[in-house]
Each structure stands twice: as structure tokens, then as C-alpha cells.
Design a protein around this ligand. Sequence first.
Ligand code: MLT
Length: 301
Amino acid sequence: MTAGGKARDKLREAHARKRRTCAGGKNTGKIVLVIRETFVTTPGGRTRVLEAGAGWPVVLLHAFPLSADMWRPQLERVADGWRLVAPDLRGLGEGAAAPAGTTSIDDLAAGVEAVLDALRIETAAIGGLSMGGYVTFALFRRSPARFNAVVLADTKASADTPEGREGRQKMLDLVRREGPAAVANQMIPKLLGETSRRDRPQLEEPVRQMIEANHSEGIAGAIEAMLNRPDSTPLLARMSCPVLIIVGSEDTLTPPVESEAMQQRMERSRLVVLPAAGHLSNLETPDAFSQALADFLASNL
Ligand code: MLT
């Protein structure tokens, strides 16, 4: 079995353990352990979608180089009246087909549109974390009428700097040469904040499993998409619906200063800085992230 296959099996086992706990009827207070997994057919191939709750749809797009599984803490904590929908982005996540040709940020956004169409979701609160935020911008550029609110977590509007593009090119070479495990080694210390690396070492393994469950080609496609994405700064002033901006105080990849810069350009935005969280703020401080999301949705929609 390949390393990716083993990582996917481990991930499945971990989720199955959680499902068994749920079937055992353990009451964990606010935590909802029923996460629905479906597959929809999109032009990019079969796409996995995780969902929880019922009501108004909230679509959450994942970071690089992860999958929809990163939203499990929020799916488990879905607030009453909301239907959380987390699709895998093209080429990533369990069972994803390797993307053919080069991938653009618009390809990733088109995949999300196809998922929303398949699920008959016309409008939703839509957002993402980091790369998921870049895809949110692309989706807004393509179809602003789909949005009734925006969530931008640990992300930025600007395109890559020349140094950033150089770094992406190196990572592209790395994943093609050494595979997802090498990318995991390089990314994990940047994805998790200082407090998590010191006090929550148990977070590292699930993040590693998510990365290693991806194909090299899917990771390479996402790097290409980010490398060539346009500057979305001009879009900010056009986002006239309510916007939640969330960032971990210890995020070094897209630091709070980027979130502040976005907020200044968006009239109806609210900024929440989560203490003791790094770039993967939703995984590192899941209660605080989910609370910020629930408060925003309750007061704006
Ligand atoms: C992500 O978390 O999606 C990436 O770190 C984003 C990026 O590299 O720009």
C-alpha cells in the first residue's frame, strides 16, 4: 500500500472511532458528532462534501494542503439553525482524482460552484481559511450573487510577492520530487502556532494525516493555483454583505496585520483575533472559532 493510502486509512479509522463514540450515545454537551459525508459529481471529478446541521447554509473552504476534514471541529459544533457544508477543493481530500493539466484558482472556485449547484444551494454564507479564502475571493469575482455573508479566516487579499512565488516554485519541486510527507514536514511548523506547538502537540498528527492523505498531483495543483492567483484587494470594497474576518494572534503565514488591512477596506466587516491560535485557528482553538462564527451568523443573518 502506498504512503498516501496508509494515511487515508489512518484518517478513516480516526473518524470511524468518533462515529462509534457517537453511536454509543455519549452526550458531549454542545458537540454534535453526526457528520454526513456525500460525494457529488463535478467537472473536476467526484468531490467529497462533509455536512452537519440543518438550516441556512454556511460553506467553509479548506486551507492548503489539507482537506474538508480540517472543518470537523466546526461541523461538530454547528449552531442550531445552520447547515455547515465543507467540500474538498479540486484534487484534494479523500478519493480525489489527480487533476489533469494545470490548476487555476478559478478551477477551484468552479468546483465549489458545481458542488453548490449539485446540492441546490443558491445563496449561502461562504468563506474559507487561507487558501480557502483565496478561493472565496475567486468565487465572489465569478458569482457575487451567491453570497449573503463572507467569512475570511487566516487569509489575505494580496497576490504572492516575487519571494513568495519563488517559495511556491520550490514547494512545487519538493512535492513532485519527494511527495506529500516532505510538504507536511515543511508546512506543519508554519501551520500551527507557537502555543499549539508547545502545549497541544496532539494536533500535529491529524494535520500530518490530512496532508499525507493527499496526492502529490493535487497538492501541486493547489500550489499552481495559489502561485498564479490575482490580487483580490480591489474586490474588498465591493464586498458589501456582512464579513467576518478571523485570525489567530500567532498566525505567521497570514499575520493579523493582513486581516486589519482587509478590515479597513470593508465597510461591514467584523475582525476577531483569536488568542493562542496560529494559522489553523479553527483547529487550534475550535471553541473560540466556532463561537465567533456562531455570533457573527446570529447577529447578521
Ligand atoms: C494555506 O494555509 O492555505 C496556505 O498556507 C496559504 C498560502 O500558502 O498562501
